[in-house]
Design a protein around this ligand. Structure first.
Ligand code: SF4
Length: 440
């Protein structure tokens, strides 16, 4: 395709994908192309896919099926598929959907402009690259003017038996710390104050040049004056070190929020998942961090109905949740992902869906109770809140504490408080999922 064009990106999935879409948009805008307001106005349509949820491949095929007509309506239109489903399905997408012009694997975002330019010549399948990632970070088209995602590490070497990430995102590759510092410094100069460092196992980070760890990287970044909050997502419990816990205690600009997926409270299931820790070790890790930084709030992920999970295993998960007292929990019913070890296990270990669903409801109910109690106890406390914008119903403003709690408040004279500002809010009431307060 030659000349400038309008593009539309449909993004599925996690923060990694959101950032990849921001990078794609930035690369295209730097070449003079513009975002289309509607799909109908676009010349180029990109699907940045995710396969963490069930049946992502069939979702892709049924969604894309709707666009063969779109493509025919105007000559020269281009459709590209990127992200994790693109990586996994590869050339099969081109075989099954002949009107798709290219499939771009993960880690190949920088090749997007070239793939679009060559779309008319032939269908293309570009696999992912496995070197240390290098970004044109100056060109990222960010979705916010005060919060930004920055990649620290890509891929994963853990091969948990349920997870597809090592197959779709490749082996672990850390970015050079000098490049991360340069990106965050540039963001600070542009007015960004909250940075989230991203990686599938972000706390496995090691600079390929200097060997510095995530703790050292965060310590260095917290010296950048303009940056008020540093977040990091997602961590693996086996890589939480005493050094990292000390850094959390020492540097208050590192957010008081720690997402640490446990996945199960049963040692037997954790072994089957190949998670490399026991439930006891997981709880000791929380203790280690809480000793150094008592105000850190943890959240976690759980899979229920993992193959072979008995009622006894599940009750150990409930026990762990009770002991850990998480600020929030993300829980899912297990479903097999193509290519993973667990997807090849026999049907005899499967947990019936209705049993798994009932367990999910029990996890969520327990966690709702914990959150309700925790949030009610926060009445009377004052938090610094980063204002993110209007509440859903539009009457109040919504912001987030450093410990990632959502706070709604009605400022007197709304024009005086804008998204991106930090304000102090005194909590008046706690609910299951949020807090309500007034400016202090
Ligand atoms: S550590 Fe996380 S990303 Fe890596 S394989 Fe396990 S679940 Fe997947």
């Amino acid at each position: 395709m030659t000349g400038t064009f309008k593009f539309h990106i449909d993004t599925w999935g996690c923060q990694m994908n959101v950032l990849d879409s921001e990078r794609m948009a930035g690369l295209l805008q730097a070449r003079g192309h513009v975002r289309a307001g509607e799909v109908q106005d676009a010349d180029v349509l990109l699907f940045n896919t995710c396969n963490v949820r069930e049946k992502a491949e069939s979702k892709l095929y049924s969604e894309l099926g709707l666009y063969s007509g779109w493509k025919r309506e105007r000559s020269g239109r281009v459709i590209g598929v990127t992200g994790c489903v693109a990586q996994q399905e590869g050339g099969r997408i081109l075989e099954n959907l002949p009107y798709v012009d290219f499939v771009l694997g993960t880690g190949n975002v920088e090749k997007l402009p070239e793939a679009i330019e060559r779309a008319a010549e032939r269908p293309q399948y570009l696999e992912f690259v496995t070197d240390s990632p290098v970004y044109q970070f100056h060109q990222i088209s960010r979705g916010s003017h005060f919060q930004a995602f920055v990649t620290a590490i890509e891929g994963c070497d853990q091969f948990c038996t349920f997870c597809v990430v090592p197959f779709t995102r490749g082996r672990e590759r850390s970015r050079r710390s000098s490049e991360i510092v340069a990106e965050v410094s540039e963001l600070a100069q542009k007015g960004y104050t909250e940075i989230t460092l991203l990686g599938q196992t972000v706390n496995a980070y090691r600079c390929p040049e200097t060997g510095i760890s995530l703790a050292e990287l965060l310590a260095g970044l917290s010296r950048i004056e303009e940056i008020a909050r540093l977040r990091f997502l997602t961590s693996h419990p086996a890589f939480v070190t005493p050094e990292f816990a000390r850094a959390l205690g020492q540097y208050p600009r590192i957010a008081r929020y720690f997402h640490l997926p446990a996945q199960s409270g049963s040692d037997r299931i954790l072994r089957r998942m190949k998670r490399r820790y026991t439930a006891g070790e997981y709880l000791e890790t929380l203790e280690l961090v809480r000793r150094e930084a008592p105000d850190v709030v943890f959240s976690s992920d759980f899979i229920v109905g993992f193959p072979g999970e008995t009622e006894e295993d599940f009750e150990q998960t409930l026990r762990l949740i009770r002991e850990a007292q998480f600020g929030s929990v993300f829980a899912f019913v297990y479903s097999p992902r193509p290519g993973t070890a667990a997807s090849r296990w026999g049907r005899e270990t499967e947990v019936p869906l209705e049993v798994a669903r009932e367990r999910l409801e029990r996890v969520l109910e327990l966690q709702r109770e914990i959150q309700r109690r925790q949030n009610e106890d926060l009445k009377g406390r004052t938090y610094e809140v980063l204002v993110e914008g209007d509440s859903k119903h539009g009457l109040s403003l919504k912001g987030r504490t450093s410990c990632n709690r959502i706070v709604h408040f009605d400022p007197p004279g709304r024009d005086r408080v804008r998204a991106g500002e930090y304000v102090h809010v005194r909590i008046e009431k706690g609910f299951e999922n949020s807090l309500r307060g007034a400016l202090a």
